[in-house]
Ligand binder design. Structure first.
Ligand SMILES: Nc1nc2c(c(=O)[nH]1)N[C@H]1C(S)=C(S)[C@@H](COP(=O)(O)OP(=O)(O)OC[C@H]3O[C@@H](n4cnc5c(=O)[nH]c(N)nc54)[C@H](O)[C@@H]3O)O[C@H]1N2
Ligand SMILES: Nc1nc2c(c(=O)[nH]1)N[C@H]1C(S)=C(S)[C@@H](COP(=O)(O)OP(=O)(O)OC[C@H]3O[C@@H](n4cnc5c(=O)[nH]c(N)nc54)[C@H](O)[C@@H]3O)O[C@H]1N2
Ligand code: SF4
Ligand SMILES: [Mo]
Length: 685
């Protein structure tokens, strides 16, 4: 028996190890080992038996116990005693909190109907049960429905338009590649464990490219870094296709057998993307484009790992669609180690509808796009939003158009409930705050979107204070609202058992005993002779689309007259607005900074490390300036989503991002914004 297994099994052990999973919105879903002493998590490390994450944790999670047992954890429900946003609250009991909520909701339903209530949730926890715990409740209530589109719907749509339901390649396949392209992904921050495989491929002789808008920390892993103009990747992919065809580097047998519509693409689209035009659009020299096409076209098995950033543009779905089409031209989808990995969709592994219970909805209720929260709280009528229930999300800082979101949250007539682990910026605007458990205190079932691993967890420690999980909180609210369906009386474990009892081809061969024991197991990707599209081929031409062929669409910000394009990028030391509770991690970020090229700083008389104000028509945000050669001229980079109380000014980065949506699926457009910058001196700072 492995010594770890021994330790976990050893009940006499004074510091038992418990298995768990990192609950955060990260593709890796690391396996955790938690050391527990006297009911407290004292240390957290990576599970060496996890086949994808292999015992390594990113810097954010090395002290998860500091989050779990943070002195700032909310431990009782709270009722507001001061103005919204001030953070003045008094502790109340759960009973009082639930009475307050149910009473107010009943009155709102009487006057305006249940659609005046809007749930808002996203990615604080990724477990299938806790993440989706509110769905059955709000369907049953008849509340407005939230379209959960803040993250990657345009990316999903882009993949689907070309590949249908074809599963993504296994991440370990990258080891067999001879050309790895990290395309719009800061993997050092957001997909660290994928880099194991990339390094292994490198050892075996592969070249690694990074295609981004600035030199991120991932540049250290790359042999070549290509910096493109923000939002121009679709043009780059079409330009590469043009050159592959011009230079005779196409895989004709593969195109004939496995691909639909290459002739149409070749005749109607590719002639419009000669290297000179693509160079003007992307900022890459013609010679660079030619070399890229030559290397890509002669690689044995080129592998693209595609990030999400480049899908958060007005042209995001089309850009992804175009990039996903590229490997088809060289037959890379038919080669082990080749192709494109967007994300590992595992939605068919579990019957998630058994958790979400859309069938509880008695009539189709209003849909509200979560990227339009500002609009929904300030302008939406028939009925106006009178109550907001936020759980495992922090829209006051993560949602676009912060000024409008905060204006909405300030409304005295809006009844806001926030279920949280911390008094976040959003919680500060609540009328009632409910304390949430951390992942170590609950049961759940995890899938991953960067690997095919799944894992079941059980509580490693008791709930901190009076905190309750999402699932248990909705059970209380269901009771208070008089929902009698036995569904709401199940425990999270009952529901997990139910999910596991329903068969899926993805789980046919897994070791169920291991899974039950909390160990990680891998799903088997069902194999198929053809691609998961209606035609069974890769659809360069997709006749079901209003635009059957790809093309380049300019992003919104290309038409704006402010000179800098704002990158709202991830940082190594936080995950969206999570981890800002840990001061050591904040310090490692070195403050809320804006990165600018020396020329841009000089042109504006900006001094390194001094406060500067980035502005556009939506708002103004104060940052500390970092002058850096890592950023090309014309680009400004703001990493991280800081809490308002930690900002050098009154607002954080999303006061500069708009509520505009992607070309498909209503996605967010965080990266598609223009700003200018001026010194903060003279502004009374
Ligand atoms: N450390 C850390 N890890 C995270 C997160 C985090 O905030 N911090 N967030 C988590 C979440 S919710 C998600 S969705 C994932 C996201 O993971 P990623 O896909 O890595 O991150 P994105 O924010 O989508 O953007 C990645 C990169 O896209 C680049 N980019 C922006 N515009 C363009 C463009 O036009 N072209 C190209 N080629 N590149 C562009 C950005 O500069 C950035 O480096 O990561 C998850 N993991
Ligand atoms: N500028 C900018 N804005 C962005 C991004 C960016 O890169 N830049 N990224 C965007 C992306 S990709 C995403 S996905 C969104 C993410 O936005 P969110 O989903 O709002 O993610 P977080 O900021 O991590 O906030 C999650 C909150 O959930 C709480 N929480 C954790 N576990 C639980 C639980 O079990 N129960 C409850 N009730 N609460 C819990 C945490 O304390 C935390 O405050 O942000 C988006 N916004
Ligand atoms: S944030 Fe990602 S890399 Fe870090 S521990 Fe969690 S799953 Fe692993
Ligand atoms: Mo995300």
């Amino acid at each position: 028996m492995h010594p770890l297994q021994q330790a976990i099994n050893d009940e006499e052990n004074s510091t038992p190890l418990r298995r768990s999973v990192c609950p955060y919105d990260c593709p890796d879903a690391c396996g955790l080992l938690v050391e527990v002493e006297g009911g407290r998590a004292v240390r957290v490390s990576g599970d060496p038996e996890h086949p994808f994450t292999r015992g390594a944790l990113c810097p954010k999670m090395r002290h998860y116990e500091r989050t779990v047992h943070s002195p700032q954890r909310l431990t009782t429900p709270l009722a507001r005693t001061g103005p919204k946003g001030s953070g003045a609250f008094r502790p109340i009991s759960w009973e009082t909190a639930v009475d307050l909520i149910a009473g107010r909701w009943r009155r709102i339903i009487e006057s305006y109907g249940a659609e005046a209530i809007l749930p808002y949730s996203f990615g604080g926890t990724m477990g299938l049960i806790q993440r989706n715990a509110g769905h059955p409740f709000f369907y049953r209530l008849g509340a407005s429905r939230l379209e959960r589109t803040i993250c990657a719907p345009a990316k999903k749509a882009g993949w689907k338009m070309v590949m249908g339901s074809t599963p993504a390649p296994h991440p370990d396949a990258v080891v067999q590649s001879d050309l790895v392209i990290l395309w719009g992904i800061n993997a050092a921050a957001t997909n660290v464990h994928f880099l194991h495989g990339v390094r292994e491929a490198k050892k075996r002789g592969a070249r690694v490219w990074l295609i981004d808008t600035y030199r991120t920390p991932t540049a250290a892993t790359a042999d070549e870094v290509f910096l493109v103009r923000p939002g121009s990747d679709g043009a780059l992919a079409l330009g590469l296709m043009h050159l592959l065809e011009r230079d005779g580097r196409l895989d004709h047998p593969f195109l004939k057998e496995g691909v639909q519509g290459f002739d149409e693409l070749s005749q109607k689209v590719l002639p419009d993307y000669p290297p000179e035009r693509v160079s003007a659009l992307t900022g890459l020299p013609v010679t660079t484009l030619e070399t890229m096409a030559a290397v890509y076209g002669s690689a044995r098995a080129p592998f693209i790992r595609l990030g999400t950033g480049l899908s958060r543009y007005g042209n995001g779905a089309m850009a992804v669609r175009t990039i996903v089409a590229l490997p088809a031209l060289v037959g890379a989808y038919g080669k082990p180690g080749g192709g494109c990995l967007c994300s590992t969709g595992t939605s068919e592994a579990f019957a998630i509808s058994e958790v979400t219970r859309e069938d509880f909805m008695t009539r189709s209720t209003r849909l509200v796009n979560m990227n339009h929260l500002g609009y929904a709280l300030t302008e939406l009528a028939d009925p106006p939003v009178q109550a907001l229930y936020v759980y495992h999300s922090n829209p006051a800082v993560v949602a676009p158009d912060q000024n409008v979101v905060l204006k909405g949250l300030e409304r005295e007539d809006l009844f806001t409930v926030v279920h949280e682990r911390f008094l976040t910026d959003t919680a500060r605007y609540a009328d009632v705050v409910l304390p949430a458990t951390s992942s170590l205190e609950t049961s759940d079932l995890y899938t991953a979107y960067g690997s095919y691993c799944i894992q079941r967890t059980r509580p490693a420690i008791p709930s901190v204070g009076q905190s309750r999980s999402n699932w248990d909180t909705f059970a209380l609210l269901a009771q208070a609202m008089g929902f009698t369906d036995p569904f709401f009386r199940q425990s999270a474990d009952d529901l997990i058992d139910r999910l596991l009892s329903l068969p899926s081809p993805w789980r046919e061969h897994i070791d169920t005993a291991k899974l039950a024991d909390g160990q990680v197991v891998e799903l088997a990707i069902p194999t198929s002779e053809s691609f998961g599209t209606p035609s069974g081929r890769i659809e360069l031409l997709n006749p079901a689309e209003s635009e059957p062929l790809p093309r380049y669409i300019p992003p919104y910000a290309a038409n704006e007259d402010l000179p800098l394009r704002l990158m709202t990028a991830p940082t190594l030391f936080a995950l969206n607005s999570t981890f800002y509770e840990q001061s050591e991690l904040r310090e490692r970020q070195g403050g809320m900074r804006l990165l600018l090229h020396p020329e841009e700083a000089k042109a504006r008389d900006l001094v390194d490390a001094s406060p500067v104000i980035a502005f556009n028509s939506l708002g103004e945000v104060t940052f500390l300036l970092e002058i850096s050669e890592r950023v090309p001229p014309g680009v400004a980079v703001a990493e991280g989503v800081w809490w308002l109380e930690q900002a050098p000014g009154l607002r954080t980065v999303n006061a500069l991002t708009s509520q505009r949506l992607t070309d498909r699926e209503g996605g967010s457009t965080f990266y598609d914004n223009a700003v200018d910058v001026r010194p903060a001196s003279g502004d009374g700072l």
